[in-house]
Ligand binder design. Sequence first.
Ligand code: CU
Length: 268
Amino acid sequence: MRTDDCRPRGRAAAALGLGVPWVLAAAPAAAYEPPTAQGTRIPDPAQGWDVLWANVVVSITVIGLIFAVVMAWFLWRYRARGPGEVGRMPKLSPAAVIGWAVIPTFLFMAEDFYLAAKGWALWNQYRDVPADRMEVKLESGMYSWDYTYENGVRTQNELRVPAGKPVLLRMTSRDTLHSHFIPDFRVKEDSMPGRVTYLWFHPKQPGEHIVSCAEYCGVMHSYMAGKVIVMAPADFDRWLATEHAKLAPAAGQTAEQPAAPGATKPAT
Ligand SMILES: [Cu+2]
């Protein structure tokens, strides 16, 4: 997990229902977040998920408290006051009966639909992958994550990426269903045989992040862990060039062949 920021503190605040979106309360300064060619910043769905999660926690806390208080008051107000008494039900008009049924339901459902709509909008935003990105292929298998960079460099259970550039994983599986989960970046997507799925995330600061398999895939499923290592862009380019240089002779190429700088892909 990340060790270079104070997200857990913000998460605790959200969990307590304090309504503090922890991206606002605890977001560290972005070390590498250059604007795009259009001068805009790349929207980061991870922050949106955090805000939505805080909304959900606050919402269910407030609604739950309101329902609990009203229920407790009804229990006290209409309690049996003697040994033989079974309570006194108030006489309600038909309009009041309908109102008591419809209004709380409407309020509850309106909140649900509002949160669902926000989630839907955020999901659509997430599926719109930034054009200026780095792409890496991922083949999952029992029990490892095998990454292949655009210049042919391969790694296993360790995905090195540069800070400041969105990373797109194009994923498939050579055996069964797996799910590539990077909790710190709020992304999780299944990988499966015969189909290419994708996920993307936007690392902004150097650091390490856990990767785990979130789909039960066999007896060693719980050992299917890896990490994302976010590096300073210059360090990443150096690392990729070094790895490529090791690879080139084995592939029958010359070591002088340029190693795709930053393994970046032109905007598509
Ligand atoms: Cu797995």
